[in-house]
Design a protein. Structure first.
Length: 694
């Protein structure tokens, strides 16, 4: 069940609406109004006289509202009946339906709103588990109807729909208004859908949506105000940056009292450890408070015991948290599920970046016990591995077979397409561990725990030496993507080694070899680096992980190139992903797109199973530009490295309200390539040293 070009996604808070472009919900297609992994509305479709209307226009001016213009189907004759639907997702789902008779004759008609509520868990909707039989209770009156159900998790869920004016008939799953419209006459129908957990709340029936729009916008602007801003004279880049900011803000959800990114819509509107940590790395320079909230939530949910069903271990960072009935009742292990190999070291990587940008030792002290537990878990996994690497073994469904970011069934394969024997040690997981341990060593020393700092530094250095010896492939002048259970190198040419660059685990000479390999014609499609070389046997340009292009993958690779001074290559990748963004609606990069080679005057080819709206795709512009600007912070020592390399299409870039420790900066960058220069437009705070290295 995959989104299509004929679908609409609206989101606010922890709810989202997945509908067709008419604004209708058909449950069999996966459409619905979802709240915390439960479908609270499985049917919601308007018709006139039982006949489907023809959509003539649809627009989504923002991420929480939809306007649809429809007419009745009349062949070649002009349609006299016109319907405008304004739908807003805010505190509830609100609709204002305007029905107009544009003709000169009186019209008598019936407007029908077909309704359905099934309270299905999202895992049932996606057919991951068989559906359960549910018969919600209903109750109501002339102008409202309420559905209630108490699930296997002992949680009561409810949906209430109210109408204004009172329907002529409200029976079962249909609300009907029998209307008479004079010539040029218009009438309104207002609908409000409320939903939640516990006891149904009393709310104003079918109230005007305007106060809720104002409330949403006020909250959105408050959230946007927490971000530093990047502004440019390049039109497409400016549009992409605007889309990145709005999508990043609107994808936030509430979890444990904090605001953190939902991984993506429609199927991943929840907290994922890896995804949220990558979003933190992509945005920490623009909004360190978001990264701090991500780390706090993950620390609260950190593994505390040994539970094989959920793959929980002490110190382990969660992979996926679900709030639905199946997770709450233990029918699936996602309450939360801990089956990833990389979230735990990425937790340390993000913590070290937060320290570099904020210098906040109070925060580091707060998270220090969780960080030490994470480091111990990494050490425990390495001790279990025959070669001393961070490794994983496969799990039976609904657990994961592969536990890195390429977690599909064929995400890790030998060059002939065969599955490797576990335990599997991914190259990028070793890079994350190296980076995380080194970063934690710095924090330990800053907190006065010098002995621990030296120990962590030693562990990182020993890992680096083991890694070079085991993963380097001399004949290919590159690195294996992984080692299998026998220690054999998995030499499939993939994008995985590109992540090693941002971790700075490589010697400079070998780093340039990695970049050269990734920018070869077999790996670089022109739209970005493919997940797998097109010369490999398992390559498939429309696959999930074996030849497609993932924006976040490219952003991490490009940032790593920049960190090694490989700015020409990073600039090429930036131009490719910027160009790709222009090929998608409103510059919204999807989860992934096809690995077909770029052709002039054509757009990237979508992958049908890809999520349209993905948190780590939304933020790639921020990280790629950070790399090209050469931004590296040292808040604790009062320094900011700025070494810009503007790509050819950008003449001018401003960074406003950039925070380093307690200093607030506005920067202007102008020029091209290595000749780019910067100057300070405004500085507030105790002062900071800007340099090209520290």
């Amino acid at each position: 069940m995959v989104p299509s070009a004929k679908d609409t996604l609206l989101k606010w808070g922890n709810a989202f609406l997945y509908a067709d472009t008419d604004g209708n919900v058909a449950g069999e297609s996966g459409h619905g109004l979802y709240y915390e992994d439960t479908r609270h509305l499985s049917g919601y479709a308007i018709s006139l006289e039982g006949q489907k209307l023809k959509c003539i226009s649809t627009s989504t001016p923002n991420n929480y509202s939809l306007r649809v213009d429809l007419v009745e189907e009349r062949g070649r004759r002009d349609s006299d009946l016109y319907v405008r639907r304004d739908i807003v997702l805010a505190e509830g789902l609100f609709e204002r339906t305007e029905l107009s008779n544009l003709g000169d004759s009186k019209r008598t008609l019936s407007a029908i709103l077909a309704l359905g509520v099934d309270f299905k868990d999202i895992f049932e909707v996606r057919s991951i588990v068989p559906p359960r039989r549910r018969r919600p209770r209903t109750m109501g009156g002339d102008d409202q109807i309420t559905w209630l159900r108490r699930g296997e998790d002992k949680v009561a869920r409810w949906t209430k729909i109210s109408f204004q004016p009172v329907p002529s008939s409200l029976k079962g799953s249909r609300a009907i208004w029998n209307l008479t419209l004079g010539p040029k006459e218009t009438t309104l129908i207002r609908t409000r859908v409320d939903f939640g957990i516990g006891t149904p709340e009393e709310k104003a029936r079918a109230a005007s949506m305007d106060p809720f729009i104002e409330s949403v916008e006020e909250e959105r602007q408050e959230g946007i105000g927490l971000w530093a801003r990047m502004e440019t004279d390049n039109g497409p880049l400016s549009s992409w940056l605007s889309r990145s900011l709005n999508d990043s803000v609107d994808l936030l959800i509430a979890a444990d009292g904090y605001r953190v990114p939902a991984a993506g819509l429609p199927w991943y509107a929840t907290l994922f450890g890896r995804d949220s940590l990558v979003v933190g790395l992509e945005t920490v320079h623009l909004n360190p408070h978001l990264s701090m909230d991500i780390l706090r939530v993950l620390a609260l949910r950190q593994g505390r015991t040994f539970d094989p069903y959920r793959e929980e271990e002490t110190g382990r960072i969660l992979h996926e948290l679900r709030w639905g009935e199946l997770a709450g009742s233990g029918n699936i292990p996602h309450g939360p599920y801990y089956g990833s190999v990389d979230a735990t070291p990425l937790f340390l990587c993000l913590l070290s970046e937060v320290y570099l940008w904020t210098g906040d030792l109070g925060f580091c002290k707060e998270l220090y016990p969780s960080a030490l537990a994470a480091a111990q878990h990494i050490d425990d996994l390495m001790e279990r591995s025959p070669k001393g690497f961070l490794s994983y073994v496969s799990s039976d469904p609904p657990g994961l077979m592969h536990k890195g970011w390429k977690d599909s069934k064929f995400g890790v394969v030998h060059p002939d397409g065969s599955q490797p024997e576990p335990p599997i040690a991914l190259c990028e997981a070793q890079g994350y561990a190296y980076w995380g341990l080194k970063g934690l060593a710095t924090i330990a020393e800053a907190l006065g725990d010098d002995g621990r700092g030296r120990e962590l530094e030693t562990r990182a250095r020993e890992l680096q030496l083991r890694f070079e010896e085991a993963f380097w492939v001399p004949s290919a002048s590159g690195y294996a993507m992984a080692l299998d259970g026998s220690g054999e190198q998995i030499r499939t040419r993939t994008s995985n080694p590109g992540h090693l660059l941002m971790c700075r685990i490589l010697e400079p000479g070998r780093a340039s070899k990695v970049a050269e390999r990734l920018m070869g014609e077999d790996s670089f499609s022109g739209w970005g680096v493919r997940t797998m070389s097109d010369e490999e046997i398992p390559y498939h340009p429309l696959s999930y992980h074996n030849g497609s292009v993932w924006p976040q993958d490219n952003a991490l690779i490009a940032w790593g190139m920049s960190r090694y001074g490989l700015q020409e290559e990073a600039s090429m990748l930036f131009e490719a992903i910027l160009a790709a963004s222009r090929g998608f609606h409103r510059y919204r990069l999807p989860e992934l797109f096809a690995g077909f080679a770029r052709q002039r005057e054509h757009s990237p080819v979508p992958v049908p199973r890809a999520c349209d709206w993905q948190a780590w795709s939304a933020a790639v512009s921020f990280l790629m530009l950070r790399g090209l600007l050469g931004l590296e912070a040292g808040a604790s020592v009062g320094k900011l490295r700025v070494k810009p390399f503007l790509p050819p299409m950008v003449d001018r870039l401003e960074v406003r309200s950039l925070r380093v420790g307690n200093v607030l900066l506005d920067l202007l960058i102008e020029g091209e390539g290595a000749n780019s220069e910067f100057r300070i437009l405004k500085e507030q705070g105790p002062g900071i040293e800007l340099c090209q290295d520290f």
